[in-house]
Design a protein around this ligand. Sequence first.
Ligand SMILES: NC(=O)C1=CN([C@@H]2O[C@H](COP(=O)(O)OP(=O)(O)OC[C@H]3O[C@@H](n4cnc5c(N)ncnc54)[C@H](OP(=O)(O)O)[C@@H]3O)[C@@H](O)[C@H]2O)C=CC1
Ligand SMILES: O=C(O)C1=N[C@H](C(=O)O)C[C@H](O)C1
Length: 268
Amino acid sequence: MNTPIQLAVHGAAGRMGRRVVALAAADPDFQIAAAIDHADNPHQGEDAGSLAGINPLNQTLVSQWPTAIDAVVDFSLPQAIDDCIAKCLFAKVPLVVATTGLSDSQKSSLAKAAESLPIVWAPSMSMAVNLSMKVAQQITEKMAGIAGGVDIEIIERHHRYKADAPSGTALKFGELIAEKLADGTKHVHGREGHTGERTQNEIGYHAVRVGDNPGEHTIVFGMLGEKIELNVAASNRDCYASGALAAAKWLQGKGNGLYNMFDVLGLS
Ligand SMILES: NC(=O)C1=CN([C@@H]2O[C@H](COP(=O)(O)OP(=O)(O)OC[C@H]3O[C@@H](n4cnc5c(N)ncnc54)[C@H](OP(=O)(O)O)[C@@H]3O)[C@@H](O)[C@H]2O)C=CC1
Ligand SMILES: O=C(O)C1=N[C@H](C(=O)O)C[C@H](O)C1
């Protein structure tokens, strides 16, 4: 048996962090080396396993970073990312970034850090979402320029606690679809008032916040007389947690660079 990957989970007290802790603890390829959250988190000092709803792991939630780690999985918040990147650069440890809502300068910092570290960064770690992105691109390719035109709108639904809108995944769908359309595609966020007729060179985004929805994306391709709706929905958060753990395994032994889930899943 190989030596388990010493894993640090960043944002370990959060909704996603807890599922990453629980799934990693059940996987012999991993050993939880640290469950990290910010110093003011009210769960500091609690056992990370108990917090995740599994047996105690003998690892308390901490704000200090350990030294001996092989990978970091981050599901935190944008305000936590700069420090996370700095710590990984210092420790020279591969990093999986799942946090969404990053600023342009944080995206540049990630790209810069990837010159010195292997990093996977993706707004969705779900296999179904990443496959759907490829399908959306194929549909767009076939439909671009079709007689009568096609209206592409992206509707995302998430739980009421989500802090960023639209979702990182919706934005990624839009970016990938726009690659298959003519230059100059506009990204239109919601509509209100006397908007006038819809133009052909736009992608619309709509963010719905409802209850405990763990994440759902619908890409509508509307034509005159018919439509396609590509819907991908999570029933729980484990699709994201297991995807992030697969990325952490995939990164072991990889060279420096900024990778995504297409690379991890062999969809590039
Ligand atoms: N790529 C993907 O597949 C997915 C990405 N996400 C993204 O992951 C992120 C986390 O989602 P979710 O778990 O639902 O959110 P939560 O708010 O439940 O979790 C975030 C955690 O990070 C903690 N945190 C806040 N500040 C810091 C800091 N400075 N250092 C370390 N930890 C900090 C929070 O603590 P506190 O509560 O005290 O603020 C909380 O424990 C979001 O950006 C979300 O969009 C989510 C699902 C899938
Ligand atoms: O906050 C969430 O929950 C999710 N966020 C990600 C996003 O913004 O795309 C991924 C997933 O949809 C769940």
